[in-house]
Design a protein around this ligand. Structure first.
Ligand code: R7I
Ligand code: MG
Ligand code: MG
Length: 349
């Protein structure tokens, strides 16, 4: 039976934390043999293992801020969300934040700041960051707003607090939309799922700023749509190597090189795959496969985890994995509160 909506809400936020926590081990690694990934994951099941809990990173820290702000303000409030990011950073600066975003988070802490979007605009010579820091924390927007239009609008503003380059915030929009569709059960028809995302992103990328950023950065027109078309092509191939995925889609810290990749991980792992244990379900496959790509593993596994968790639901996540992850219980609690908010808010569609 398909998972209930509440189970999907829980699954989305909890599997995101799982991906972040287990992905930290391989962040920045170039070659990650599948053996090492499976060893790392089976180590989580070992009760006698003495290495304790896996800490979450900035991905989860900022996702919690987004969820908490949406809950306390019962919607999007840029001032509150900005303050929440700044406070979280000042309390725990050592969670592995991107080297550029730290400057933004410091500026957001200033009580004199009136335009909370200004510090992000000053990044990287005035064009803004194209890192995946907006996308990695985008899942809660899909749990707070019912309509695709609202998910798009607020995921964009939420990302713009730190990422003012269109490649940065459009990546967040894509990630939030992927979670939104997955919550609706759309992954039951994978081809339709990817086609819907492409047509959404055709609208999103059809604005002057996105078009000119793509040009300035020497990218194809409609860069996210182009990557999503590659995802579609890879889905139609009989077999796909890790190397092909990395060269076609990327595994880097830029949103363009990680959000479509995370989406591919979920789609690819809907079916059993060679090299992955037969006892694994789809969610376990998705997490393991994300880590095996190397590169920005915590973030790709976090984003793939959110999309997959929204599809399979909470019961697909092994308890033995979760018990090693810092913040998993808190994520479940936030998901339950967002579910209540979702059910009292009227749909605008
Ligand atoms: O995007 P951001 O929050 O970083 C998120 C990543 C995730 O992998 C987390 O797990 C954590 O490890 O960091 O932080 P930013 O500093 O905005 O962007 C990340 C990096 O992308 C920067 O430090 C730059 O190396 C690169 N980058 C850019 N480089 C050149 N020009 C981002 N934007 C630009 C740019 O415009
Ligand atoms: Mg991180
Ligand atoms: Mg990362």
């Amino acid at each position: 039976a398909p998972a209930s909506l509440l189970s999907r809400f829980r699954g989305a936020l909890v599997a995101a934390v799982l991906g972040d926590c287990v992905g930290g081990e391989f962040e920045g690694a170039e070659d990650v043999p599948l053996d090492r990934v499976l060893q790392h994951l089976s180590g989580l099941e070992d009760e006698t293992r003495g290495d304790g809990i896996l800490q979450y990173s900035d991905d989860t820290a900022m996702t919690r801020c987004v969820a908490q702000s949406l809950l306390t303000r019962m919607g999007f409030d840029e001032q509150d969300m900005a303050r929440s990011f700044a406070k979280e950073y000042s309390l725990a600066p050592g969670r592995g934040y991107g080297s550029g975003v730290i400057q933004v988070l410091r500026k957001l802490a200033s009580p004199q700041l009136s335009d909370v979007f200004q510090p992000a605009r000053a990044q990287f010579g005035g064009r803004g960051s194209f890192g995946n820091g907006g996308a990695m924390r985008a899942a809660p927007f899909a749990l707070a707003f019912r309509s695709a239009a609202d998910v798009r609008r607020y995921a964009r503003f939420g990302a713009m607090l730190t990422h003012s380059c269109s490649l940065g915030y459009n990546g967040a929009v894509l990630q939030a939309l992927a979670v939104h569709l997955s919550l609706q059960g759309d992954l039951a028809l994978p081809q339709k799922f990817i086609s819907k995302l492409i047509s959404e992103m055709e609208e999103v990328e059809n604005d002057e700023t996105s078009r000119s950023d793509a040009k300035v950065l020497n990218l194809a027109e409609f860069p996210y749509c182009a990557r999503l078309h590659r995802v579609k092509e890879l889905m139609e191939q009989n077999s796909v190597s890790i190397e092909e995925v990395i060269s076609e889609l990327g595994n880097g810290i830029a949103a363009l090189e990680s959000v479509p990749t995370a989406i591919f991980c979920v789609l690819h792992c809907l079916e059993p795959r060679e090299g992955l244990p037969e006892c694994y379900g789809g969610l376990e496959r998705t997490i393991a496969y994300s880590l095996a790509l190397g590169g920005d593993t915590d973030t790709i596994a976090c984003m793939a985890g959110a999309i997959a968790g929204a599809h399979y639901g909470i019961s697909a996540i092994p308890q033995s994995w979760l018990k090693s992850c810092e913040g998993a219980e808190e994520a479940e609690h936030l998901a339950e509160r967002l579910y209540k908010l979702y059910n009292i808010t009227q749909s605008e569609e």
